[in-house]
Design a protein around this ligand. Structure first.
Ligand code: BEZ
Length: 211
């Protein structure tokens, strides 16, 4: 069964390249990104895991722990990590789950049989500190993901969790945000002391409130 937005992220135990984890316990009070890739020793996946390793400080800044998964085994992961470090000029600094029995892959519906019944697709799950799923994305094997976009979405998720705002198309940190429809015009000045612009009754903007 598919894992949907707002669901509690399914808990599991698994072997990883950094030891056995109990997923919820490992997350602790952090946010999490769980992402799958089709297979070890494949070119796009190699670039993706290198890209994530280089972004580790950005994930840390946002209190986000990252964990990857493929249905390859632990020895394969350990050997492949050497290749990633060598070719991507980085150091893999997050665990990779070994899931040869497809236990976690099936729990998170990461195998899409009409794409392949042997490999996981490129799934991404962003999980909040409350263990609820905040974002799901699925990419095909042929397209490497843009992890700057994952960080951008996390910025939006963390901002909108704390304020009555939403973020517009292509929003980035520091840009104006949209005041949600639940906020009455007469309450805006008190809630958003940085000011606001009323473009339409349903489209009101304010400077990013948490900066
Ligand atoms: C890749 O990572 O390059 C890849 C993996 C599986 C199928 C196709 C490409």
């Amino acid at each position: 069964m598919a894992v949907r937005l707002g669901d509690i992220a399914p808990d599991f135990q698994a072997e990883t390249s950094e030891g056995r984890i109990k997923f919820h316990e490992w997350l602790g009070n952090s946010w999490g990104v769980l992402f799958s890739h089709p297979a070890d020793f494949t070119p796009v996946c190699t670039t993706e895991l290198g890209a994530v390793a280089k972004l580790r400080a950005e994930f840390d800044k946002r209190n986000v722990k990252v964990v990857a998964l493929s249905v390859d085994g632990l020895e394969s992961h350990k050997n492949w990590i050497s290749d990633i470090n060598e070719t991507q000029h980085t150091h893999v600094n997050f665990p990779i789950i070994a899931d040869p029995a497809f236990e976690v892959a099936n729990l998170y519906d990461m195998v899409h049989p009409n794409a392949s019944d042997k490999f996981t697709v490129r799934s991404v799950f962003v999980i909040g500190a409350d263990k609820k799923v905040k974002l799901t994305i699925t990419y095909p094997a042929s397209t490497g993901r843009n992890f700057d976009e994952i960080l951008r979405v996390i910025d939006s998720l963390q901002l909108t969790a704390g304020y009555s705002v939403a973020t517009p198309a292509n929003w980035k940190q520091g840009e104006d945000v949209i005041i949600t429809m639940a906020v009455k015009d007469e309450d805006i000045a008190a809630k958003f002391p940085k000011g606001s612009t009323r473009i339409k009754p349903y489209l009101r903007t304010t400077p990013q409130p948490n900066l």
